[in-house]
Design a protein around this ligand. Structure first.
Ligand SMILES: Cc1cc2nc3c(=O)[nH]c(=O)nc-3n(C[C@H](O)[C@H](O)[C@H](O)COP(=O)(O)OP(=O)(O)OC[C@H]3O[C@@H](n4cnc5c(N)ncnc54)[C@H](O)[C@@H]3O)c2cc1C
Length: 396
């Protein structure tokens, strides 16, 4: 018997070629999903609120667990990902004055599950955008109306045009405006920490450890990515409003011992950053992720506090689970495919969200007394105890 040629043995995956899909939001979830759909040969279109000129600005830093990074391997984007990110080996929790309180090695993750990496959101979005091409994204566009009609979803775009789709994936982030078109106010709920803060970049610095400084009514984090460090300074909204950025920075600087130069440099960089964006820290949970053939994905379904650094990994993992379920769903049963996806993913995502909230409660403490007790207790915590559910998620 003669050998088959490669073309004869390799069937391209085109099972989903007859589905017409709209993705709303070109963020981590939307673009991961688009890349996965492209591999399945599916027809899709993405709309993004930002104009091309404003799209993917300086952004912030992301820690990506193997849970998210593995999806980039599935997409054959691991080479670019590894080139533009660094492996994280340690996690350190310091006291308010800069001294080390507890150090954890992250190498059990790197060794047993896959590389835990630091990457800028801007770099991640660029990798994901480049591989699908800008021509698939309609910038400067939102959705003004969505109607379900039997097995079709009719959509009206902000430029007045109308179109119909087999499936609409809503991935427009934690403050999803599109969700409001189909979901009532009482179907999703924001959870507020009353804390917030700013992000700045310390350029030309290399570090492989996450360094956090847990204070009373203050939080400082240094999160490295390739060749630079993302600096986050936060505190209670009310105090920050009262002190202003400069006043708050000076207050923290007074607490930090002079020998911790990197912390002083970080705070100076933050103070000299022009109009840094102020992030208010809340998350959001939506009761039901699906309405007919419309599905919420990423932060619009279940948004994350950045405390455990898991929202982006979860969004990517969810995109992968969604496309996997869709790949075995025929056009007439998309609603059922979406139900299976929710069954598979919702509990996993919500338990990780719970961990992020618990960590937030430890990190965001106002009183000196409670902060002192916490700082003492933390010495006896293992990393698996700190983020119990996330550890289970990492292990699968
Ligand atoms: C400061 C900070 C630090 C974080 N650190 C980490 C971390 O270390 N690790 C981690 O895993 N996660 C982290 N996260 C969380 C993570 O960024 C999110 O969970 C993740 O980006 C969610 O992806 P998404 O695609 O759902 O939303 P996003 O990435 O926010 O994307 C939403 C997209 O939709 C677009 N959009 C918005 N409204 C509309 C509309 N009406 N129509 C069309 N498009 C619209 C937006 O412009 C954007 O492009 C952090 C978040 C913050 C704020």
């Amino acid at each position: 018997m003669g050998h088959l040629t490669r073309e004869q043995t390799f069937e391209p995956k085109l099972k989903m070629k007859n589905l017409n899909i709209l993705i709303i939001g070109a963020g981590v979830a939307g673009l991961t999903c688009a890349n996965l759909l492209k591999r399945q040969g599916s027809k899709f279109q993405i709309v993004e609120k930002e104009s091309l000129g404003n799209f993917n600005g300086s952004g912030y830093m992301l820690g990506l667990l193997p849970l998210g990074g593995r999806v980039l391997t599935e997409l054959d984007l691991d080479k670019e990902y590894f080139e533009q990110s660094i492996e994280m080996t340690d996690y350190e929790i310091h006291k308010e004055n800069g001294t080390l309180n507890k150090a954890y090695s992250l190498n059990f993750i790197n060794k047993d599950y896959g590389s835990y990496r630091g990457i800028g959101r801007k770099e991640l979005i660029s990798i994901l955008t480049k591989s699908i091409g800008n021509e698939h994204i309609q910038f400067d566009t939102t959705i003004t109306e969505i109607q379900q009609k039997e097995n079709l979803v009719i959509v009206i775009f902000s430029d007045g045009k109308k179109d119909s789709f087999d499936l609409v994936i809503v991935a427009d982030g934690i403050h999803s405006e599109t969700r409001k078109l189909l979901w009532n106010d009482n179907e999703y709920k924001y959870y507020d920490t009353d804390w917030g803060g700013w992000v700045a970049w310390l350029e030309n610095k290399n570090l492989n450890a996450y360094k956090e400084y847990w204070g009373a009514a203050s939080f400082l984090g240094l999160y490295p990515v390739k060749n630079k460090i993302g600096v986050f300074l936060g505190g209670p909204n009310e105090l920050i409003k009262k002190e202003g950025m400069s006043g708050f920075v000076q207050k923290i600087k007074k607490e930090i011992l002079p020998e911790f130069k990197i912390v002083h440099n970080s705070l100076d960089t933050l103070e000299s950053t022009e109009n840094p964006f102020y992030w208010e820290f809340h998350d959001c949970r939506t009761k039901d992720w699906q309405k007919g053939n419309v599905i919420l994905l990423g932060d619009s379904a279940c948004g994350f506090l950045p405390t455990a650094g898991v929202g982006a990994s979860m969004a990517m993992d969810s995109a992968s689970a969604l496309v996997d379920e869709l790949s075995r769903t025929d056009k007439e049963h998309i609603g059922y495919g979406l139900k299976l996806y929710i069954k598979r993913q919702k509990k996993k995502v919500e338990t990780a969200q719970e961990d992020s909230r618990k960590l937030g409660k430890l990190m965001f403490v106002k009183s000196n007394l409670i902060a002192g007790i916490r700082d003492y207790a933390i010495r006896f915590y293992s990393i698996k105890q700190l983020a119990k559910n996330i550890s289970k998620t990492i292990e699968g």
